[in-house]
Ligand binder design. Sequence first.
Ligand SMILES: [Zn+2]
Length: 60
Amino acid sequence: MTRRGRGTGSERRKAGTPRPVKVCATCGREFQWRRKWAACWDLVRYCSDRCRNDRPTGNR
Ligand SMILES: [Zn+2]
């Protein structure tokens, strides 16, 4: 188990977070930065190729 930060723990701090996190546009889940996205992290919107190809219809 990894316990980070002390205190209430209800407050989230950016400082101390080793890697950035984004929310997948398809499944809405949070995913962490990965090495393969190092070059294009700014463009990443999906947690995986599966979500990228599984976009909900009706959204051009
Ligand atoms: Zn996803």
